[in-house]
Design a protein around this ligand. Structure first.
Ligand SMILES: [Zn+2]
Length: 155
């Protein structure tokens, strides 16, 4: 009956491994979440602007300053999202040093912290396994061979 114990231990050590790099993963998810929030806010603002535009049409009143403010806020958020994207790009190009566990830019061949050789190990990319999974490129369909009429088939 120690099978369950074994499973528990295996799960325990897996959790520890994850824990080691959770610092970066948390940071990564934070940025992702902030980006998600900003996009949601833009969506809401657009709805509000739409409502305000319709109200002004319906009541024959000029569009008020609030609409302008909301538009400016959208600009601000869009800029912010651009910043977040840059930060995420930064994370994408980080690898984990197999020796000391530091996150290092993947264009280094050696770890600046401990000098270990950095194998280009894509598995070690910080939090990138799922976020940036790209499906393997499918082979292009081979061009269909023009059908050659079989000579003498009619005979
Ligand atoms: Zn290192």
């Amino acid at each position: 009956m120690d099978f369950l114990e074994k499973v528990k231990n295996a799960v325990g050590s897996a959790a520890q491994t994850v824990g080691k790099k959770s610092g970066e993963v948390v940071e990564f998810s934070k940025i992702k979440y902030a980006m998600f929030e900003a996009k949601g806010e833009i969506k809401d603002l657009k709805e509000e602007i739409g409502g305000a535009v319709y109200d002004s049409y319906k009541n024959n009143t000029p569009l008020d300053e609030i609409v302008k403010e909301k538009c400016a806020r959208i600009d601000e958020l869009t800029k912010q999202i651009g910043e977040y994207e840059k930060q995420l790009d930064n994370y994408k190009s980080m690898v984990k040093c197999p020796q000391c566990g530091k996150s290092v830019k993947d264009d280094y061949n050696f770890c600046p912290e401990c000098g270990a050789k950095l194998a280009v190990d894509k598995e070690a990319e910080v939090g990138a396994e799922q976020e940036y999974y790209t499906p393997p490129q499918s082979e292009p369909e081979p061009a269909a061979e023009p059908e050659i009429p079989t000579e003498g088939a009619a005979e």
